[in-house]
Design a protein around this ligand. Structure first.
Ligand SMILES: N[C@@H](CCC(=O)N[C@@H](CS)C(=O)NCC(=O)O)C(=O)O
Length: 207
């Protein structure tokens, strides 16, 4: 049965799901809700109680939250992306939590300010705000530079923790953010962004 995603190809959360679907070689289609529909009583009742995207629909099964969808699809279709060894799983969960707690807030705010805001008619990019967000992104990547010492991937092996970072990291780098003097982050970025599945995922949607 074809997997359906309620989402928008430009949304970072939707791109996280697209990235894992392409990594797993699964076919899918995207159903884009109208902005207003996304807050309608029907949408809140039937798709997402918080009025957000993305939502996964698979043969009568439905879940929302991009990282939960990534975990579910990887565990189902490619368990090597989610280690069985409990200590390795703990490290993976640590990096997924780091992504959600410390990485995503400034990065998704940067993406909103620079890209999403003007595209979707929420106003022009505020350069002062963007500068503040750039400093926050800098601080997060300074920590990643240390976390990535001697490693090609966050946990040491390519995993869903790397995939979870791709949409926001890719957006900022493709839209003028300079990684600066951070050789470990640069090596990691090259390793994860050159995966064929990611290239397929962002073709024509991130610029
Ligand atoms: N933690 C959620 C976040 C969902 C979310 O904020 N989605 C955004 C797009 S990336 C959205 O629906 N924005 C529209 C809105 O807030 O009305 C996830 O990862 O799925």
């Amino acid at each position: 049965m074809l997997i359906k995603i309620t989402g928008h190809p430009k949304s970072t959360c939707t791109q996280r799901v697209i990235a894992i679907l392409n990594e797993l070689g699964l076919e899918f289609e995207i159903e884009q809700p109208e902005w207003a529909t996304q807050k309608s009583p029907e949408y809140l009742r039937d798709k997402h109680p918080f009025g957000k995207i993305p939502v996964l629909h698979e043969d009568g099964y439905q879940i929302f939250e991009s990282r939960a969808i990534v975990r579910y699809l990887a565990a189902k279709h490619k368990p090597s992306l989610v280690p069985a060894d409990l200590q390795k799983l703990g490290v993976l969960e640590q990096f997924l939590s780091i992504e959600y707690s410390y990485f995503d807030p400034p990065f998704s705010a940067w993406v909103f300010e620079k890209i999403i805001k003007p595209i979707f008619g929420h106003g022009q990019t505020d350069p002062v705000k963007l500068e503040e967000l750039t400093k926050k992104v800098d601080s997060v990547l300074d920590v990643y530079e240390k976390l990535l010492v001697g490693k090609d991937y966050l946990t040491g092996e390519y995993s869903i923790a790397d995939i979870a970072h791709l949409p926001c990291l890719s957006y900022v780098i493709n839209n003028g953010y300079d990684l600066g003097d951070r050789p470990n982050v640069k090596r990691w970025w090259t390793n994860i962004s050159e995966k064929p599945a990611w290239k397929k995922s962002i073709a024509s949607v991130q610029k």
